[in-house]
Write a protein that binds this ligand. Structure first.
Ligand code: PMP
Ligand code: GLN
Length: 381
């Protein structure tokens, strides 16, 4: 018989969301808001769907969206981006990551990944034939060990994949860490694939700084964004990659064979959304920060060891001492079955780690939903 490749696991988000439905649980597992993004953006998408055209848009993306992405790079980070050669629109950041890895990684190339890592990185790098080199950051601060970082770079290193702000740790890499990454990339002639989907979900007045803004990075760095996160429309799956033309060219070639294009009405609406005023972006992060604080206070009161959260949708909590189960997977399973609250075990973000002391709660939910989850947990613990 012809064997089937069975090396791809089921993602933890799929598993937990299924369990959440089966147990009618409050789903604080998979990261998605429970309220849809701005009505004007959705209306524009609906109108564009009715008015058309609904045929294949340009392979690189609608000009108006590529122009809007370039303008956003200038507006938020002072980056000069040529919309015609330096932007490609993808079906979500997931496709963008796939395209970047297929385009830039060849069999035998080493790719540095920071662990805990977002779930699709490892399978994608491995299926491309890349050799993952994992570099751990440790709680509570998840600081990058600069000595370990330097020794992860070898003559076979092709790229480093950095998620900043970082899921699941809710960490924002500081200037020292980013400068060290940038200088090592320059020194070793390495590409940086920057997953910056949470670029606008940064709290407490801290500004996101792309790795691309560091010296020597503009021609070796690609930056990935997601309209799903920026406009609370995760189901739309509209992403974009920005980078120098000699990198975007092969990435766009990979995009040709992965999806070729992304729905034109959604692109049109996202182009409009990116032009929203500063108040939109401030409210987005301000509202989320308030939810973070609400959830953190409630979880702390229940005895969870809530770690600092500077960005993203996620709170990571220490569960040791609560006696809720033997492993983080155990705790999450019992929590969904017995308490009716779904979370995600942080071991899912490691390669082959049986358990960690942490679970991840998603807090981008309506206040009454967060309160209901806290009530349920309070009755259970
Ligand atoms: N990268 C990270 C770090 C994420 O958390 C997510 C989750 N949505 C993605 C990429 C994928 O984004 P998209 O939904 O736009 O594919
Ligand atoms: N990024 C989301 C999370 O971390 C999940 C997206 C997905 O389900 N693939 O929860």
């Amino acid at each position: 018989t012809n064997p089937v490749f069975t090396g791809l696991p089921t993602t933890v988000f799929e598993t937990m969301s299924r369990l959440a439905v089966a147990h009618q649980a409050v789903n604080l597992g998979q990261g998605f808001p429970d309220v849809d993004g701005p009505l004007d953006i959705r209306k524009l998408a609906a109108k564009a769907l009715i008015d058309g055209p609904n045929q294949y848009p340009p392979m690189l993306g609608l000009p108006e969206l590529r122009q809007a992405v370039a303008a956003a790079n200038k507006r938020f980070y002072g980056l000069d981006v040529d919309w015609q050669t330096q932007v490609v629109v993808t079906s979500g950041a997931t496709e963008a990551l796939t395209d970047c890895i297929l385009a830039l990684i060849e069999p035998g190339d080493e790719v540095i990944l920071v662990e805990p890592l977002y779930d699709c990185y490892l399978p994608l790098v491995k299926r491309a034939g890349g050799i993952p080199v994992r570099l751990r950051v440790s709680p509570p601060a998840w600081k990058l060990d600069l000595v370990a970082l330097a020794s992860a770079f070898t003559e076979n290193t092709k790229a480093i994949l950095i998620n900043n702000p970082m899921n699941p740790t809710a960490k924002v890499f500081n200037e020292t860490e980013l400068a060290a990454i940038a200088s090592l990339c320059v020194q070793h002639d390495v590409f940086a694939i920057c997953d910056e989907v949470y670029e606008h979900l940064v709290f407490d007045g801290v500004a996101h700084r792309p790795l691309m803004t560091f010296d020597g990075m503009d021609d070796r760095c690609v930056r990935i964004g997601s309209a799903g996160k920026t406009f609370s429309l995760t189901g739309w799956k509209v992403g974009y990659v920005t980078g120098s033309a000699h990198l975007i060219d092969p990435i766009a070639k990979a995009h040709q064979y992965v999806t070729f294009t992304t729905p034109p009405n959604l692109q049109k609406a996202v182009a409009f959304g990116l032009g929203k005023d500063d108040a939109y972006y401030e409210d987005l992060s301000g509202d989320l920060a308030a939810k973070r604080d609400r959830m953190a206070a409630g979880l702390t009161h229940l005895g969870f060891g809530v770690l600092p959260c500077a960005a993203t949708y996620f709170l990571t909590c220490d569960i040791t001492g609560l006696g809720l189960g033997d492993t983080d997977v155990d705790v999450c399973r019992r929590m969904v079955e017995e308490a009716g609250v779904a979370a995600v075990p942080v071991s899912a973000f490691y390669a082959g780690e049986a358990s960690t002391d942490f679970i991840r709660f998603c807090f981008c939910k309506q206040d009454h939903v967060l309160d209901e989850a806290l009530d349920r947990l309070g009755r259970w613990i």
